[in-house]
Write a protein that binds this ligand. Structure first.
Ligand code: UDP
Length: 320
């Protein structure tokens, strides 16, 4: 198959590209940032309709994977226009170009943020969608657009609602590198490696056993395998839908720090801070639908493995 990976230079996108290339597919990356060597990269902003039309005139893609999005909840509250502009309006431009080029299949990076504050856990796909910040709303808006575009234009899509993407390439070639970094596991490991003094823990007074927030961490390589299964599902005639991607097991911030201490042998200093705005106490996925309908079977479900791979990446890479 010939696939376009939009946002393929980013954290999850780059793991997707590696996964698709290893499976023998033909892959082109469209991104504003460059990819690693040996990957076909087109410098392209999906807000640019003409550039998309030119690319689609040149290459006949069987499907598009769309990872290009802003992802910081706090920033989305402070600057919602940036989020609606990029995550919604630019995605609309991409969808319009796909329809013009008669590309029928899209895999979309969505988020557990579409659910907002959970009414129950684990969260299944039927849980009410009530996002509590512009980031989550931008993802839910695109999901609704995708439902309408299937009905009206026959564009088939799968939205994958990630819980907490984490870990790094087991071969050590790829990993997480956000600027600025805001995610828990890389920040803890930066404290372990000495790139940072300490990890700041947001909130010790949640209604959880140790008072810190509980999240469902899912390995980035397992996310990549779910995307490939999702495109196979569409190519086999599957209907537009959404799946949760998580392991169904929650770990507290404190538990993640303990796991990182064991994995790294480092003390890892903790600074206690107040709650971060918009953080629900507990987010855990019921991903049984992806397991049943897609046949998804995460290979790296254990927190020790996820943290171990992320530690391999933190130690190997050239920021020191
Ligand atoms: N967190 C924390 N300190 C940090 C970053 C995150 O205590 O420096 C907590 C955060 O409050 C949340 C969990 O770690 O409960 C996971 O946060 P992250 O930003 O990694 O992912 P999110 O759950 O926001 O998607």
């Amino acid at each position: 198959m010939k696939y376009l990976v939009v946002g393929g230079a980013g954290y999850i996108g780059s793991h997707m590209v590696k996964h698709l290339l290893q499976a023998g597919h033909d892959v082109v990356v469209a991104d504003i940032a460059p990819t690693g060597p040996g990957i076909e990269w087109v410098e392209l902003d999906i807000a640019n309709a003409q550039a998309l039309d030119a690319l689609f005139a040149e290459c006949r893609f069987d499907a598009v994977f769309h990872f290009a999005s802003h992802i910081q909840v706090g920033e989305s509250v402070a600057d919602p226009d940036k989020y609606y502009h990029n995550n919604v309006a630019a995605t609309l431009t991409l969808l319009e170009a796909m329809i013009r080029a008669r590309i029928k299949y899209l895999i979309f990076s969505s988020s557990a943020a579409v659910y907002g504050d959970p009414h129950y856990t684990p969260i299944d796909e039927a849980h009410p969608k009530a996002p509590i910040n512009p980031y989550g709303r931008s993802k839910w808006m695109v999901e609704q657009i995708l439902q309408d575009f299937d009905r009206a234009y026959g564009l088939k899509s799968v939205s994958l609602r990630y819980f907490n993407a984490a870990g790094a390439d087991p071969d050590g070639q790829l990993g997480e590198c956000h600027e600025p970094e805001t995610h828990l596991i890389p920040l803890i490991l930066q404290a372990a490696s000495g790139r940072r003094q300490a990890i700041t823990v947001f909130g010790h007074d949640y209604d959880t056993p140790d008072g810190t927030c509980i999240r469902d961490y899912v390995h980035v390589a397992d996310l990549a395998s779910a995307h490939e299964l999702a495109v196979q599902y569409l190519l086999a005639g599957g209907d537009t839908t959404a799946f949760n991607l998580g392991n169904g097991q929650g770990f507290s911030v404190q538990a993640v720090i303990e796991t990182a201490r064991a994995a790294t042998g480092q003390r890892i200093e903790v600074i206690e801070a107040p709650r971060r705005d918009g953080d629900p106490a507990r987010l855990v996925a019921d991903a049984s639908r992806a397991r049943e309908l897609l046949g998804w079977a995460p290979r790296f479900a254990g927190l020790e493995t996820i943290v171990g791979h992320a530690w391999g990446w933190e130690q190997r890479y050239p920021w020191r």
